[in-house]
Design a protein around this ligand. Sequence first.
Ligand code: BG6
Length: 464
Amino acid sequence: MNDFKNSCLNECLFVILGGTGDLAKRKLIPAIYKLSEENKLCKFSVVLVSNLQTNVSQIFEQAQPFITKVNDGLWQKIQDKTRYFKMDFNDSREYAELETLLKKVEAEDHLAGNRIFYFATMPEHFDVISRNFANNKIVSDKNKADACCKSPWSRLVYEKPFGFDLASAKNINKYITQIFEERQIYRIDHYLGKELVGNIALVRFTNQVFEPLWNNKNIDSISINIFEDFGVGARGAFYDTYGAVKDMVQSHMLQILALVAMETPKKLSADFIRDAKANVLNQVEIEKVVLGQYDGYLQEKDVKPNSKTETFAMLKVKVNNKRWDGVTFYLKTGKYLSKREAFVEITFKRVTCLLDYCPSKPNSLIIKINPDQGFYLGLNVKTPGVSNHVTPVSMDFCHTGMFGPNTPEAYEILLSDVIKGDQSAFVRSDEVEFSWKILENINTKRTSVYVYKKGSSGPVEQKE
Ligand code: BG6
């Protein structure tokens, strides 16, 4: 999983559907640039596809601010390898023209035919695009043995959210697996490409000091937090349709929960990890939900004036198995909160107190994901000079301090995994469906959507 040391990855053609969107500009084009700057890509070209009247240089101009320190020569070289294709995804006649362009690019740029199709579109387009790809033989044929693995291969990356609810996710899964091999399908959740999220399973299963304690005998509660100190920005239309639960909880937060709570996989390899994650997701049940909306959300661009969409969610959930019986999991996320921070906090049970003055805090392990990366272990030590008193202290491991500031961005890691054909950090169809299933009965557990002040810690009603 995430072996980033390979010096040069297989050659390929990146086809970004939704090539003028926020994701392409903020993450995908910068990730391709970075991979190229670090000489990770042997040979590649890019085709950006969207329905807007625009061109490559306009798109690159908008993407450039999302890269720190651009090398002008390299930036221009990547622009020269990029084509733009304007098309209406719903017009089946235009797919033949797309295929003609892809073949032309492959011939002109001497590429062997490996293709990555990145669906950076809304999920409602997944169906129509996938079908037309199959009909126009744009993606290698499912029946061809090893369509996903032997060169030339085609791989399809589906951005989250994968569907809108359980029924739509099932539908998408059903038709894409009829046309493509599961081994060609990469359901992306960029949190799985984050260095410290990738670390969760490794730290758990390679340190004897953690795994034996990882159960309800020793752990009191686990909270998974993704706080943001900004609003919906230019993504009002998307966000207002989805909201915090579908945007963040269904994917990022439940994936982190799965990694934290899964049983020991037989091996730390793609299928075993995904089996273990799917098993635990199938055992999650919501107990309580508090939703909030930041003050001023209704004035955001493309948001409905009377919208009830939540920008904050706090879920209390349980995992119905022997290991986690009695342990509460809190999932908390929101926009325009007081700080930007993503972390997992594992709070251990208090020890039986043998002193006159007992520790004020139970032990805790904090896995810091964003913006600081590392681990923090909260311990109690003797207060200097005072017998029988303890003081809480921390052992703080700063990932950047140890390994340097240049760990690759999540999208760089995940794109290189796709090129290598490594699916460990991608979500399997059953995991997606179990995650949507967890949220099915959310309406019976929720109350109203409470307004909260920007820069606060969310609605006051979240307090138990
Ligand atoms: C995206 C959500 O998946 O993740 C955004 O759509 C959110 O709403 C983003 O802001 C958070 O990702 P990161 O990597 O910036 O923490």
